[in-house]
Design a protein. Structure first.
Lengths: 311, 353
């Protein structure tokens, strides 16, 4: 007896009809938003995250729309590689965001410290009307973008030099630096301003939440196009090499500066790690509570003991 | 001959069956969007071109009600319009609630849209973020609502954004999409989940919040198996079922409370831990360390005090030591301060030989 075909695994919470309606509405919004009501088919497929066949399905649904009383009807067709919406009958103003999208927009606006008036304009234009500014966040993230993202973004767009107050690892208070911003980099570890430090004439990475002030100067950034090396490359070039031992069965860290990992016969692990901040490394050795030891150099071992006794 | 038939079959495929439900819903939106006046119930439910008019009025009325609910789930609101002075017995009329349905044009300025797009791109770059589907929709709508008002918009996709889009359009995670749908519609969803120990379970969940944390996506959801709000890692969800019943998220629910710290990962009772940080630390720095958990406040001398519940006192001491160079110190309870000292003593002893 032939085996019964296996039921296809459900990959969406919506019915097929729901998905088709969503896709057709999104296509109408997209076409209505362009100046000549025309969009390249591959661009539409990209925006709607769908296949060409699913685009055809949406076009067919839209082309059947008609209103007997007013005589209005939707005229939509493919023209070579484009999709065209003719006439005004089916033009659709963009819909407001859904509750889920609204929660994400509120999170983005809050985490990037956008000005209150910008938040207000965006909220009134896009958020669901049921959304109030007082709602507790339903969407959150642990990546910190600090308090000066909008100013840094403007400096990047206008290619302007900045004076920033920044506290690096091991410093107790922020110091001023003049920098030419190059880009903003987001990693699993945090968000960084990549910039050319004008005084040092060298590229640097600045963690956004450690930037306590930004002044955009009336001076052009002159370091456009400079590349900032990857963290591992930068540490390899200028970091201090430290030999560490991790006790058997204890977790081995996954830091960018790790150059070599060697398993020892007793089950322990030896690492060679490069760091630009000894206090940062000392903290991690202390947090391991004796399960991580500095083997060499001797002055780093002594430095750790002295640091620990002063805590 | 067989080849010719094959060619014919290829050139002239069987017409696709029409999705009558989808067609009816879109027609209803189209007709109400184009209508210069509200449409009477009778005009709608008797119109066979619209997909009603079956001859069974009660059935058509039910269908119309379900269609309104379906469109509402898609963000299209159809409102009953009462003419002032009309009697109770007069039949209803229906129109699109444009204020609730459509984005408000003319409010978003070009610089707002530019900043928002940059902000969204920054969030799209967060590794493992579960926010990609809504972020992409917001990005498009921000640009669309601006363009609808101002004509041509000069915000361009960055190369990184193009790359992301190309990659993500093909690899979009259907499970993440389905979770956002359930969350947006506030409808429960059945889930098959594999926990960290590899144990599989089936549950019905109500998603209260979604968050990204250390390169992974999580949901905070009311779980029917335990009756409690639990945290689930999205990449451990093996399968999702159809949408279930509607639910409401309790007032004041705050997803930030579920951004876990290393000292949350234990069973048993919690202790109220208090840490201090120097006055020089900015609010942004404190926020980055604490994830907004517990209560962080400035004391009279300007220093920070952070009070948070901790399940594992040793892990809380280790956490404080990993931020010692930021000036973080434990204040209490005594068991926390003892654990901090014990960590230091063991480390010093390990380096004595």
């Amino acid at each position: 007896m032939p085996r019964k075909p296996r039921k296809q695994q459900r990959t969406t919470a919506l019915t097929l009809s729901d998905t088709r309606v969503d896709r057709a509405i999104r296509l109408l919004e997209l076409l209505s938003s362009t100046e000549d009501s025309l969009v390249a088919a591959n661009e539409a497929a990209r925006q709607l995250a769908c296949t060409d066949a699913q685009l055809d399905e949406a076009i067919e649904l839209i082309s059947a729309l008609a209103d007997r009383e007013s005589g209005a009807r939707a005229v939509i067709f493919r023209d070579h590689g484009d999709i065209v919406l003719a006439g005004d009958g089916a033009h659709l103003t963009p819909l407001r965001l859904s509750l889920g999208e609204g929660a994400v927009l509120a999170h983005v606006m809050g985490s990037l410290a956008l000005d209150a008036d910008v938040r207000d304009r965006l909220s009134r234009a896009l958020l669901p009307l049921t959304h109030t500014g007082d709602d507790a966040p339903l969407v959150a993230g642990s990546t910190s973008f600090g308090a000066h993202y909008p100013a840094l973004r403007r400096a990047l767009e206008d290619r302007r030099r900045c004076r920033i107050s920044y506290r690096s690892h091991g410093e107790t208070a922020p110091r001023e630096r003049v920098v030419d911003p190059l880009s903003i980099d987001v990693t699993g570890d945090g968000a960084y301003l990549l910039a050319q430090n004008v005084e040092k004439n060298a590229p640097r990475r600045y963690r956004l939440e450690r930037i306590s002030d930004v002044e955009v100067l009336d001076e052009p950034a002159r370091s456009a196009g400079h590349a900032v090396p990857a963290v591992a490359d930068s540490l390899r070039a200028s970091g201090t090499a430290i030999e560490l031992e991790i006790a058997p069965g204890k977790p081995v860290p996954a830091w960018s500066g790790i150059e070599q990992t060697r398993q020892q016969p007793d089950g322990s692990t030896r690492l060679t790690v490069r760091t630009s901040s000894l206090p940062w490394l000392y903290d991690h050795v202390l947090a391991a509570g004796g399960a991580m030891r500095i083997i060499a150099p001797a002055d780093a071992r002594e430095g750790l003991v002295s640091y620990a006794r002063n805590l | 001959m067989a080849d010719r038939h094959a060619a014919e079959a290829y050139d002239d495929p069987e017409p696709m069956p029409v999705d009558e439900t989808a067609q009816r819903l879109l027609n209803l939106l189209f007709v109400l969007n184009a209508a210069p006046r509200p449409l009477a119930t009778e005009e709608i439910v008797s119109d066979s071109d619209l997909g009603y008019g079956s001859g069974n009025r009660a059935s058509d009325l039910r269908k119309f009600r379900r269609d309104r609910e379906k469109l509402e789930e898609r963000g299209v609101y159809i409102a009953e319009v009462k003419t002032p002075g009309s009697s109770e017995t007069e039949q209803s009329a229906w129109a699109l609630d444009r204020a609730r349905t459509f984005a408000a044009g003319g409010l978003v300025r070009e610089e707002d849209a530019r900043l928002l797009v940059a902000a969204i791109d920054a969030h799209l770059a967060v590794p493992g973020s579960p926010f990609e589907p809504p972020l992409r929709a917001i990005r498009t709508k921000a640009l669309e609502s601006l363009e609808a008002v101002e004509g041509e918009l000069s915000v361009e996709d960055s190369e990184a954004e193009r790359d992301n889009t190309a990659r993500d359009a093909t690899a979009r995670d259907a499970i993440t999409d389905a979770l956002w749908t359930a969350f947006s519609l506030r409808r429960t969803i059945k889930m098959r989940y594999t926990d960290a120990a590899g144990k599989q379970s089936e549950r019905v969940i109500a998603v209260y919040g979604i968050f990204s944390h250390e390169s992974a996506g999580y949901i905070a959801a009311l779980d029917d198996a335990s009756g409690e709000v639990r945290t689930f890692r999205i990449d451990r969800i093996a399968r999702l079922g159809a949408l279930g019943r509607p639910y409401e998220i309790p007032d004041g629910f705050d997803t930030r409370a579920y951004l876990f710290l290393p000292f949350d990962l234990a069973d048993g009772p919690t202790a109220t831990a208090v840490f201090t940080l120097p006055a020089e630390r900015t609010e942004a720095e404190v926020q980055a360390i604490t994830y907004g958990r517990g209560r962080a406040q400035r004391e009279a001398d300007g220093s920070w005090s952070w009070t948070v519940e901790a399940r594992d006192v040793n892990a809380a001491a280790a956490f404080a030591l990993s931020h010692a160079h930021d000036g973080m110190r434990p204040q209490g309870p005594e068991s926390l301060v003892d654990a901090w000292r014990a960590h230091i003593e063991r480390t010093v002893a390990a380096h004595a030989s």
